[in-house]
Write a protein that binds this ligand. Sequence first.
Ligand SMILES: *Cc1c(COP(=O)(O)O)cnc(C)c1O
Length: 388
Amino acid sequence: MDLGYILNQLGEERERYFGAVAPPIVQSSIFAFPNVEAMREGFRDELGEHVYTRGNNPTVEILRRKVAALEGAEDCLMFGSGAAAMSAGVIASVAGGDHVVCVARPYSWTRAVLKDLLGRFGVSTTFVDGTDTGNFEAALTTRTRLIVLESPNSMTFEQQDLAAVAALARARGIRTLCDNSHATPLNQSPIALGIDLVAHSATKYLNGHSDVVAGALCGSSALIRDVFRGPYMTLGAILAPHDAWLMIRGLRTLPIRMQRIATTTTTVLAFLEGHPRVRRVYSPRASDNPQLGLTERQLAGASGLLTIELATDEVAAVERFCDGLTRFLMTVSWGGYESLAFPVCAVFPRDAPLRPPQGVPLNAVRLSIGLEDADVLVADLEAALQRL
Ligand SMILES: *Cc1c(COP(=O)(O)O)cnc(C)c1O
């Protein structure tokens, strides 16, 4: 299936709605049946039929089919956030007494569901440095049921060898779940590499317009049915039809946005790597990244995330840099049409030490490259670096 078909045709039944090119927003919580037998049929398959919008809504279903096809998965469930999608994937995979192995420094709410929420229900988690596949193997116990991956992660971009981890898990009957938000389905296909479940914060590149919070979870029909009957229907963290419609629209331009972002990011990366006021650049494609070989093998193209460590040990100087940016909006999240800057120091008190025991130093700023011209972004960064 080619990309154009997935994005423009798949799941759309235009003849059923007046030939409308854009799909209708089926803003209905419930769907009525002509007779008892039809209703009985509906209950037999709430995931495939239309009974209640907490289960399956026609507008959301169009999006499900497109995202599943992009990931090379049999099925997909959409959620009201990426955090809900990851949580559902985890909750559907473990029971009290089970053990999980998770990559070190995952997205903060992935850590929270494993450690804080499921920790209260007797699920234990070991966090390991995922850059060495051997660390996963060493952490396995007889109770390990799930391996949680995030490759690359969204701050310092460490990667895991997905095929190697998948093979290791499959041989032992352990399920794998990978957060693929950073790479997008265009640049990395975890399912083709043997991963069981793939999650997205669709808030980021998939929607790409900073106007919807959404999540996706993709996998085999059997696994997705399991998640549907479990956390999906139970927790009810659904994507509303209107937001699904916005996401379908956002998705139409995913390939062209990612192409443009990749080109611009390559230019910005080269500029930052050569700049005397930048101490270090984190990127899967940074010239000093020890995982460049894995990047070559596993990531088809560049995303727009870069983290820089400024050549200063003073938070006040970091603030001067960030406050001096005029084209990068200062905020959380990433993956939109607009360039963003996220200063790590903003989440710490003013007098915090520069190098916290865990994670990145406070002179780090994450950039998300958007659709602006590369020379505009480079000029903005240059001007802000001069304020350091
Ligand atoms: C943002 C993010 C999430 C959570 O997604 P939401 O849509 O904000 O709930 C999960 N994983 C990664 C890598 C993220 O960046």
